[in-house]
Design a protein around this ligand. Sequence first.
Ligand code: HEM
Length: 530
Amino acid sequence: MDRPFVVLALFGAAALVVARLTRRTRRPLPPGPKPRWIVGNLFDMPSDSQWMRFAEWSELYGEITYVEVFGQPIVILNSLSACKELLEKRGATSSGRPIGIMHELMNMHKVRAGMTSMQDDPFWRYERRLTHAAFGPQSVQEYYPIQEAQSVRFLQKLLEPDVNCKKELRYAIGQTLFEVAYGLSPEQYFDEFMEMSDTLLRSFLEATIPGKFLVEMIPFLRCFPSWLPGAGFKRYAEGVSKVSDRHSTIYFEMVKTAWKPPIPPDEAEEALKWAAAFMYLGMYSTNMSAQGMTLVLRIAGIDTTDQTVAKFIIAIQTHPDAQRKAQEELDRVVGTGRLPTIADRDDLPYLQALIKEVLRWHPGVATGIPHRFTQDEVYKGYLIPKNTTQYRNIARQANDGTLLARPDEFIPERFLHTDPGFESLPDPSEIVFGFGRRVCPGRHVADGTVFLMISRLLATYWISSPQDKDGQCPDVQIDWSGVDAVRYVHAVRLAYNAHERASYPNPMAPRFTPRSPGAIDLIKVADTML
Ligand code: HEM
């Protein structure tokens, strides 16, 4: 970074710190690592594998850790009970989002990324209401035919020689979300859209990492022209902003004539009225709130769901016993003459336990999407000042050694609650989708997609690691150390790529072998039409 730029940045930060120090603190702040002068805990903050550092802090400081970066207060909620108390019971003061300057510069704030980056205000509450109408537990039943058709399409693709499994999986999940959100499929634009969604999600999440972009701590830096040395963040944001624009514009143009809103017609009319109000207030630069809403549903929903099914595929190759047990249950309950449907779910306890373990094992959104406290709060005698940014250590909660034995291992049986001591084990879907008012609104959609994909894969294929030229199955090596919201995606891809780099005869890991000639027939005749 350039020297004048650093001097100005430090000057701004010093002003912030002085302002903060002069504030009278009535109660102690929660414990945490000692901050340095001006920069605070900047150098303590990990830029990746955040959840692991946060977990180390939880050993030292307990269920809530306090840090500061350039005067910006941050708390990390490590325990489930702190999350439930502060995010669910006191959701009225803990459901804001940090004011994301990078998100604004990347053109995601208020307009493009829709509700994910909106504040806890009437507009956001309205969008949540619409989303609930479209994706609540009852409404999602309408999408089962879409999810079933896409799962069949995926099974059929796997019959083809040299199929690229990860590409086809992503395609199936992406198409499901497109059809759910817009009632149509983008067909010729699909690859381009998926690539853009990838960029947008990665940039969105990167901008939530504390200390990653100085401008988040020192807002006046945003006024610097992008050609100035050291203002690389602005050039980066401009690049992402172009992707945001293209993503929205083409897609909206394409769907505006054919859009079947995923909400009842009277609500759609209401949405248009609100959109007009947004435009009037300058909150939406163009078009309608539905654009932002459905855009974020796709971006927030594709990678998370794709990686959950990918995680299953990785886990199951190395756990043949779990695979065999789930298949025995499916054969007994569903039989081999048809594919499983959502209606079978309640009769498949082992499969349900397996899916819970997939959700729990290395959760994808490891530290959640940060919230902001909109008022001072007091928790167990500690002050959490207004405007504090807050992370949840979801990955640690899912790996809490006091609640479950051998947390690193993949053990579906732990959710059958047959072992003494496991009775109090929380359901992972109450952790990995977040908490309180901001809880993931797409969780019931994800639930259906994940169940249909996993149950149908197990019903028809035996999934194993690829063999090398000597017929040996190499171990799947995954570097989980980089797991957090951003890196997780890379970790799963690494697992696939490891095989690709090793150039096995079939480079597409893993191997899907139809379980029987009957299974092949079942896949071939299954309907992909809605
Ligand atoms: C297994 C799949 C999924 C996981 C693990 C997941 C997880 C999460 C988490 C942890 C959050 C943050 C909650 C918070 O801020 O406290 C979130 C937010 C969100 N998710 Fe999901 N999600 C998944 C699938 C989906 C799907 C399929 C959709 C869309 C249909 C979706 C749409 C959203 C949206 C719009 C938000 C932002 C909500 C807001 O800010 O009010 N997610 N998700």
